[in-house]
Design a protein around this ligand. Structure first.
Ligand SMILES: Nc1ncnc2c1ncn2[C@@H]1O[C@H](COP(=O)(O)OP(=O)(O)OP(=O)(O)O)[C@@H](O)[C@H]1O
Length: 278
């Protein structure tokens, strides 16, 4: 079964009839257990596509677009499915802006991941069972942060916070993780640790991971497949080891690879927005 199935997905933000669509008739299937990088230049539609997968953004009405996750519809013809809550409970989210509750402990943040299975009165009161706490500690152990359990989330570095978000997805027992630019504001070492952690849980638990990345070299190092968007369309979709420098240059519209690496910034000299043209 496909973990993710998208067909005929079109999204136009502006009501102006002549404006370009952010996504144009996208068809995409991702099998369960795959780790897929979504790459492409700024504004190509990566985040918009990710938001459609969890129903945070709706496709154009009166178009045949369908998005399914784990075989269940998320949205159809620009309308959310009525059972979306159950499906959403199986999707873990990791965003560029660390989406933890800063004033709560790391452990509580992870416990929040299991709320979809906790009776709501207990969740509201912050009552968690010993078993739930042990499971949360176990998730933290798996991302290498068990000893940070009682710290405030805001006291952790950006990279550590991203790993807490991964632990929260593990606690949630997410079968699909959508990571939207999880390393965009991290230094190279923290980026490596976050990508290694995603890769590890992808391999060991068979969790499907879709990750948007600005750096092609991280996609090549950690993912099996790369799907590239350009101007709202799929520009290439292939195994990462089949990616050619020429295609990457075409995708980003950069100068040829003999340029110095420092000249190859996508958006100016913003750290971590650089990508390698190998
Ligand atoms: N809420 C919105 N309202 C209007 N236009 C939007 C909205 N969100 C995205 N867009 C437009 O849709 C297009 C795709 O944007 P999107 O953020 O998906 O690109 P991206 O590939 O994720 O870019 P980046 O790498 O910079 O995050 C852009 O032209 C953007 O301006």
């Amino acid at each position: 079964m496909s973990a993710i199935a998208i067909s005929a997905l079109t999204k136009t933000f502006s009501k102006d009839k002549n404006s370009e669509s952010a996504l144009k008739n996208i068809d995409l299937q991702i099998v369960q257990g795959d780790m897929v990088a979504l790459i492409g230049p700024s504004g190509s539609g990566k985040s918009t596509l990710m938001r459609h997968l969890s129903g945070l953004t709706l496709a154009d009405k009166h178009t045949p677009g369908i998005v399914k996750v784990l075989g269940k519809p998320i949205q159809k013809r620009g309308r959310l499915d009525k059972d979306i809550r159950q499906t959403r409970a199986q999707i873990g989210h990791i965003f560029q802006q660390f989406n933890l509750v800063n004033r709560l402990s790391v452990l509580t943040n992870v416990l929040i991941g299991g709320l979809s299975r906790t009776p709501s009165y207990r969740g509201l009161l912050g009552w968690f069972t010993e078993e739930e706490k042990l499971a949360a500690l176990d998730s933290l152990e798996r991302v290498g942060l068990r000893e940070f359990a009682l710290k405030r989330a805001s006291d952790l570095s950006g990279g550590q916070q991203q790993r807490v978000a991964i632990a929260r997805a593990l606690m949630q027992k997410a079968e699909v993780i959508l990571a939207d630019e999880p390393i965009a504001s991290l230094d190279p070492e923290s980026s490596r640790q976050v990508m290694e952690t995603l890769k590890r849980i992808n391999k060991s638990d068979g969790i499907t991971v879709v990750v948007t990345l600005h750096q092609v070299d991280y996609a090549q190092q950690y993912c099996q497949r790369a799907v590239a968007l350009r101007q709202g369309e799929i520009f290439f979709d292939q195994r990462v080891d089949a990616l050619k420098t020429e295609q990457i240059n075409q995708l980003y519209g950069t100068r040829p690879p003999q340029q110095k690496r420092d000249d190859l910034y996508i958006d100016g000299p913003v750290t971590n927005r650089r990508f390698a043209v190998a």
